[in-house]
Each structure stands twice: as structure tokens, then as C-alpha cells.
Design a protein around this ligand. Structure first.
Ligand SMILES: [Ca+2]
Ligand SMILES: [Ca+2]
Length: 300
């Protein structure tokens, strides 16, 4: 009962948010670990030399961000937008393979790989993991990519990040790049139901929680360039979570839920509602209103 009331109160303003775009420079949420630490990645730990494929980010210049909502260009459907900061901005564009491994059930294993490719246009494709544990770089593999989705200027963007925010201190002495792409809730749900084994009834909505790994890959078939959240470690037997490469269970907008905080907020909100009720009741009866000011102060 308490949770449902609080859920309604919290969900209401989210529904009223404005539309979003892949070119937005505000309103992004940085990727966090399950322990609510911002995930970071150093420059020059990319194994094949291209700064364009080298994730970078620290506590000032976030390396990875996410947001969700309806697009300016498509105000009827919800989308997740993913944004990564690369060490080197290339005037020709990103030009690489950026992949997201998704843990859909929170047990630490990758259940589906989503690849964004920028080669003669931008596409998203999907691959099912192999029969290994898929919980660490050394135990993760995947099959052929299927289910191509073509991106366009509304769902893909590449821009000079340093020109916007000054940029992470890269060793390449060139500007950083923001690579951004989006996928609709509907398309992600369809891909998961079709290509992730055991998830044929999976639903993508505002309550969905997915933990990710993110990496770049020369041919798209291996974790062989940069794994976000750890320095090198591309062949490690250590789990993604222990390497710091696994995100927390992120909502579509990139937020790791904090159940304890939600409950505390809910109790305080209900306290506030109780005060309002007592004050109205007191006013009708021409009695003095009860003053519990400190509780109200916690609500702001
Ligand atoms: Ca890096
Ligand atoms: Ca899993």
C-alpha cells in the first residue's frame, strides 16, 4: 500500500517530462556501480591503439551516460539513449563497434549482446551468448549478430565533447568525442524476447532494470579493445562485477534504485499528507493546527 502510493507520487512527474534528443547536453545520468559509485575509465587502456575506441571518464567528465523518454522526433514511443565518451574525436566519425552486454536477470551473466556499428552508416544488431558462464571477460562469448536496426540522425549522434565541456585530459592531445545512440523500448523488448535465451516474456518499461557491461571491439566478435570501468583486463577470469566493469541495475533513465531511500521518502511524504489532513481538520474545528515543522523540512 505504502509502496504503491509512493510509486504513484514518484512516477507522476516522470510522465510529465519533456521530450529528449540524442543531441541533448543536459539531463543525463552517469553509469553507476551497484554500490552507487560513478563508473570511470582511464585513457590509453585501449588495446589496439585507436583513441576513437578508447572510453574515458572520471568524476568530473563522465564517461558513460544514459537517459530515457520520448524523442522530439517520435513523441509517441519511449527510448533509451546511451552515450559514451571516447578519448579521441575523429572528424570522419566514430567508425567502430561499441557493444553492450546486458544482464537481464541480475545474476551476473551476460544474457544478450547489443552492438552499435558505425561502418558505412550506423546499425544496431544483437547476438546470443555462448554456453560458457558469460560472467567475466575470459568466460564470455557470443554467436552471430542478427536483427539489424538502422539508425538515423534521430537515433545516432557523434560530436566533439571537448567543445562542449572542456574534455577529459586525454593522452592523445585531441578532443574527446560523445558517441550517442538510442533504441525504443519496443525494439529492445522485441530483441530480448527473440534473441536472449529464456527471456521470451521479458518486458521493457520504466520499471525494467538491466545491468550492463560496455566494450569496444575491432571486429565485433570479442572484447578486444576497451572494457569500460576497468584498466585493461580484457582476458581476465575475474567477474565483471569484481572488475568494476558491471553497472548497477539501471532503469531506462540510468538510475540505480535505492529501496531504502524510496521507503524513507515514502514515510516522510505520508507524514506530510497526515499533517495537511490534521491542519485542515483543525481549521474546520477552529482549533490550533499541530506544528511538526521539522518533518516538513525533510520534504524539500
Ligand atoms: Ca579507456
Ligand atoms: Ca544474466
Amino acid at each position: 500500500m505504502v509502496i504503491s502510493i509512493v510509486g504513484c507520487l514518484l512516477a507522476w512527474p516522470l510522465k510529465a517530462q519533456t521530450t529528449i534528443s540524442v543531441t541533448d547536453m543536459t539531463g543525463w545520468t552517469p553509469w553507476m556501480t551497484a554500490g552507487n559509485a560513478v563508473m570511470v575509465d582511464p585513457a590509453a587502456d585501449q588495446q589496439t591503439g585507436q583513441g576513437q575506441d578508447d572510453f574515458v571518464g572520471d568524476l568530473t567528465y563522465y564517461g558513460f551516460q544514459q537517459k530515457a523518454g520520448k524523442l522530439v522526433s517520435d513523441p509517441t514511443n519511449d527510448y533509451i539513449l546511451y552515450r559514451a565518451r571516447m578519448a579521441k574525436h575523429d572528424s570522419k566519425g566514430f567508425g567502430g563497434n561499441w557493444e553492450l552486454g546486458m544482464d537481464l536477470d541480475g545474476n551476473g551473466s551476460v544474457d544478450l549482446v547489443m552492438k552499435m556499428t558505425d561502418k558505412k552508416g550506423q546499425t544496431i544488431t544483437f547476438a546470443s551468448p555462448g554456453t560458457g558462464a558469460n560472467t567475466s571477460p575470459s568466460t564470455t562469448s557470443w554467436g552471430s549478430f542478427v536483427g539489424s536496426i538502422t539508425l538515423n540522425t534521430n537515433t545516432y549522434n557523434y560530436q566533439n565533447a571537448t567543445a562542449v565541456d572542456g574534455g577529459y585530459a586525454s593522452t592523445s592531445s585531441t578532443a574527446n568525442a560523445w558517441v550517442t545512440f538510442g533504441i525504443s523500448f519496443n525494439n529492445l523488448q522485441t530483441a530480448i524476447q527473440n534473441y536472449a535465451t529464456g527471456f521470451s516474456n521479458y518486458v521493457v518499461n520504466d520499471q525494467t532494470r538491466i545491468s550492463y557491461i560496455s566494450f569496444t571491439s575491432t571486429q565485433g566478435n570479442a572484447i578486444n579493445q576497451d572494457l569500460y570501468g576497468t584498466t585493461g583486463n580484457l582476458s581476465s577470469t575475474v567477474t565483471f562485477a569484481d572488475l568494476g566493469a558491471g553497472s548497477g541495475p539501471l532503469s531506462p533513465s540510468g538510475v540505480v534504485p535505492e529501496p531504502a531511500t524510496y521507503m524513507q521518502l515514502g514515510v516522510l511524504m505520508l507524514s506530510g499528507l497526515g499533517v495537511m489532513w490534521w491542519r485542515r481538520r483543525g481549521a474546520k474545528g477552529q482549533t490550533t493546527a499541530v506544528d511538526i515543522g521539522p518533518a516538513n523540512k525533510h520534504l524539500v
